[in-house]
Design a protein around this ligand. Structure first.
Ligand SMILES: Nc1ncnc2c1ncn2[C@@H]1O[C@H](COP(=O)(O)OP(=O)(O)OP(=O)(O)O)[C@@H](O)[C@H]1O
Length: 245
């Protein structure tokens, strides 16, 4: 049986990170349950990317601990278990969509048969034979996502995964994220879109490097009395800022 700490895919305690002269994260604590979808929200520059980088182990931290799937973030064993998709697509421009995804499948030791299903999941079947440098920005982002998905990670960290996608595709991707979560995969994603926040199990609200709150969309509405998440988020920030000053 899992011990309580093992039920967390991510356990962050007292995390502070300095980037340049700024404290990009200031004493952040949060947990993400295995099999949950957590949305990371907050204004530009509030520290979302820094937090994701700390979780995937690519960020030097000043203090605190980041435990991922029971191991310290950045441990070599986690490389196969954690998928990270950044805002800028990292794919081979001179390879086709299929060749890019197949390359990552072989890196992760996954069967070739997973490649076309993964391309289908990101809605790129009709472009499977297109070279990456002939794709649009949104399509490229989806190739990046497919390259992470094909590794079958236990934790998927996504920086604004649905930016620039049409509504239908967004819904289909969300269905995919939900089916992954049902299988026990943990998803942590940043977003500026409140419509996305409503689809998450849990929300982390960040402001100026501090965690303002961790709560469900329903609790956010309940605590603020606002029906729309955008209004609820603003009200919560105002209330907390006033309480601090
Ligand atoms: N390479 C860097 N060197 C110095 N400071 C940085 C660097 N990258 C980010 N920062 C600073 O760290 C803070 C947090 O940045 P971060 O990229 O984590 O924010 P974000 O919430 O992801 O923003 P966005 O939504 O615009 O992507 C900001 O104040 C930013 O100016």
């Amino acid at each position: 049986m899992n011990s309580p700490s093992n039920s967390f895919a991510v356990d962050v305690r007292g995390l502070s990170v300095r980037r340049g002269p700024h404290l990009a994260l200031d004493n952040v604590d949060f947990t993400a349950q295995r099999g949950s979808i957590t949305g990371l929200l907050g204004p530009s520059g509030c520290g979302k990317t820094t937090l994701m980088r700390s979780i995937v182990g690519s960020q030097i931290v000043e203090s605190g601990t980041v435990t991922v799937l029971g191991l310290p973030a950045g441990t070599a064993e986690l490389r196969r278990k954690v998928g990270y998709v950044t805002q800028s697509a990292s794919v081979y421009p001179d390879l086709t969509v299929t060749a890019n995804v197949a390359y990552f499948a072989s890196l992760y030791g996954r069967p070739r048969s997973t490649v076309s299903a993964t391309i289908e999941a990101v809605g790129l079947t009709s472009h499977a034979r297109t070279r990456a440098d002939e794709l649009s920005g949104g399509q490229l982002g989806r190739v990046s996502l497919a390259c992470a998905l094909v590794g079958d990670p236990e934790l998927l960290v996504l920086d604004e995964p649905t930016v620039g996608l049409d509504p239908l595709l967004r819904v289909e991707l969300w269905e995919h994220f939900r089916s992954l979560a049902r299988r026990g995969v943990t998803v942590l994603m940043s977003s500026h879109v409140m419509d996305e926040a409503d689809r998450c199990d849990d929300l982390l609200l960040l402001r100026e490097g501090r965690l303002v709150a961790q709560l469900t969309p329903a609790k956010l509405r309940e605590q603020t009395g606002e029906a729309f998440l955008e209004d609820a988020f603003l009200r919560l920030i105002r209330t907390r800022t006033e309480a601090q000053s």
